[in-house]
Design a protein around this ligand. Sequence first.
Ligand code: MSP
Length: 526
Amino acid sequence: MRTPFLLFTRSCKAIYRLQRSPFFSPVSALCRQQTISVLRNTSTVSCEDDRSYYITTPIFYVNASPHLGHLYSAVIADCLHRYKLLQGFNSKFATGTDEHGLKIQQAAEAAGKDPLIFCTNVSERFKHLFNSCDISYTDYIRTTEQRHHQAVKHFWSVLWNKGFIYKGSYEGWYSTQDESFLTALQVGDAVDSSGNEIKVSLDSGHKVEWMKEENYMFRLSAFRSQVLEWLKGNPRAIQPELFYQTVLQWLQEDLPDLSVSRQRSRLQWGIPVPGDADQTIYVWLDALVNYLTVAGYPDKHNQWWNVAHHIVGKDILKFHALYWPAFLLGAGLPLPQTIYVHSHWTVGGKKMSKSLGNVVDPLERSKKFTTDGMRYFLLRQGVPDSDCDYTDDKVFKLLNSELADSLGGLLNRCTAPALNPAQVYTAFCPQSFPSEQGCRAVVEDYHMLDAVKKLPAVVENHYESMHVYKALEAISACVRQTNGLVEWTVPFEGRALGSDTGVLFTRLENLSMDKQNLYKTKKAKK
Ligand code: MSP
């Protein structure tokens, strides 16, 4: 069941008001497909100019199918990539899957599958989701690829040769779910579903285990002051500001050296340490290097590696804002330009996760609400600084009010053939908007014009700081103001009186005095 809300006469897109049943528009899918191939083709061109831009999503763990939170990271990156293309940048956009580590090894075991087959299967699901949702990535990386193995081994050897990796031993807490080492202060007590007392990460709530192993350590402690210096000199390196402050806070404490390998006997599913087949490289070191692999490391990364921007969820800030800069400094490579951090989608107040059984299927929802609808919702309602709770009802209400009613209504009013038979961008009537005083326009109309004029700069500013929701809010406010103008100037009444041209907003004086007074009273009440 679908109700056409309006049809754009010069475009193949249609806007429909959402019904409470699923629908899908094959016409807009076709248009999107064309747009995507153009975006992909444009951005693979290699160029040496300073208008290169490189944006990445985190690479996604393949232990489970994608959920809405994953799509959110990808939609933000896609949005910034498209924005840069519109600005004329040569933009590279990487996404992909993180396939090594204990967590994946255990997931494959539990599924009774060969790890590579298991990874390929889930990786394809992510790819399918991103293709279906118009994520216009230019490179899809899998950490099981040969090019990545080479990059990681090279990167390791550089750190080793410079003396930043040493053989040692690690004793402490480890969370397999987060693939993260934790200090005693980061761990608390909890009880599992069977009533057993367990230790958990205070941050993620995931179970932790005590481990004691001989392995390789990275001299993280040696980089604390350099990372701090970098951040002090680049206050916009981590955005939004809230997360920048969080990292500065972390850096007030000492950084312990980091274990960067696991014994092969425990972890087989990973890249072996060069020169030591008994050890496997720590999955986070392996995963972070994906950004370099896509950039062409170790031979051809210079064009892209100076202009890298990472999108990350707040749960993985530590890895990107502490470990990654330290690794890069150790390897003598430039640091990322920006780390854009976003918060989480929750369901019933809890972070979406497979273990909690509260995941929202993004593919199913984008069929229900359309791809553009879902993308709009995520960007419009997702606030980077704080978590947002997801409900279908919120999507339904937002899309109907802002896209179908407000934007759709405005377009309908401006482009309906009966109102705008010439199908042109109409000029303002000189009696309505003269520069001198005494015209029919009222002060709100000038505010609207002013807001529309300033809109590109406002939007640009918000995009630059990853506040996409604020950009959309500003656009939506202009749409509302413009709708207000249309309501006040009643071009539809003018048409009823026989308006002949495509020039709108000219006819109030042609109405009977009664009607004019009615509209003026309505306006005054507002
Ligand atoms: N594999 C690591 C990233 C390595 S990057 C070198 C990882 N993978 S993940 O699949 O767990 O998460 C990928 C991204 O999805 C992260 O940015 C994470 O914050 C994001 N999200 C996961 N759950 C989320 C929500 N519920 N809401 C929003 N984003 C969430 O971490």
